[in-house]
Write a protein that binds this ligand. Structure first.
Ligand code: DGL
Length: 264
């Protein structure tokens, strides 16, 4: 059986690339809901509905374990999917998100008191990062900053316009003296160098932390790991496909990705 990776669009390819490099032996199925991206400004009900369709698709296509690379979907709907959808439909399978690995990485070491989170509007509104951080470290103070302009800039090859916008978003986090910064969106992996140039604190980028966290999870869960097939394949599917999606995928990963059109 495969490892499924779901994102609202193509941003999740950055973390997928990290996972496949770290754990090349397994078979992967990536699903990007390019037809309905972005999820970042949508309601909780809508995100939940879209995510349930994506999960069904991936489970029907032989995934034992699904990683929800999309922060917005993880923030809004992961818990409900784990608690309601999974036991009712696929009790032997698993769904993992990216928020807890990010929160854990931000709090590594001793005495971290102020953590910043840069994310989509919907992720910020959900309060999910704050909840996870406080669950691990009840005394931490969390400063969240919605950054709605960053996803469209990354998607439309607008990185050259990013610096002043980023400076604007980072300013309140700097004023509040954050000691760690979580990049809480798939697309921000692409901006990590610019962010690191602008803020002098450890920056948590998901493509750097999720692969190790997944490897660790699989070591701790042999009942899941032993069900995974080891063909070393990666199948990339999207719900809408144009030339510009191919170009974006290549810009994002530096590789020729063979995107295939599918229907949910
Ligand atoms: N994948 C989303 C996330 O990580 C960003 C794009 C979107 O808004 O759908 O939050």
């Amino acid at each position: 059986m495969k490892i499924g990776i779901f994102d609202s669009g193509l941003g999740g390819l950055a973390v997928t690339q990290g996972i496949v490099k770290r754990l090349p032996q397994y078979d992967y199925l990536y699903l990007g809901d390019t037809k309905r991206v972005p999820y970042g400004n949508r309601s909780q009900e809508t995100i939940h509905e879209f995510l349930a369709e994506a999960l069904s698709y991936l489970f029907e296509n032989d995934c034992q374990l699904i990683i929800i690379a999309c922060n917005t979907a993880s923030a809004e709907a992961l818990r409900k999917s784990q608690q309601e959808y999974l036991p009712a439909n696929y009790p032997e399978r698993r769904i993992l998100g990216v928020l807890i690995p990010g929160a854990e990485a931000a709090l590594e070491g001793h005495g971290v008191e102020r953590v910043g989170v840069l994310a989509t509007a919907s992720t910020v509104e959900s309060g999910s990062y704050e909840r996870e951080l406080l669950r691990i470290a009840p005394s931490v103070t969390v400063f969240q900053q919605p950054a709605p302009l960053l996803v469209p800039l990354v998607e439309n090859d607008g990185l050259k316009y990013v610096e002043p916008i980023l400076a604007d978003y980072l300013a309140p986090l700097k004023v509040n003296g954050v000691e760690r910064l979580i990049l809480g969106c798939t697309h921000y992996c692409l901006l990590k160098d610019q962010v690191r140039r602008q803020i002098d604190v450890p920056v948590i980028a998901q493509d750097e932390i999720v692969p190790d966290k997944l490897a660790d999870y699989l070591t701790r869960h042999p009942e899941i790991e032993t069900k995974l097939s080891r063909g070393g394949t990666c199948d990339y599917r999207v719900t809408d496909l144009t030339k510009s999606y191919h170009q974006f995928a290549q810009r994002l990963t530096g590789e020729q990705i063979d995107l295939q059109l599918t229907r949910l």
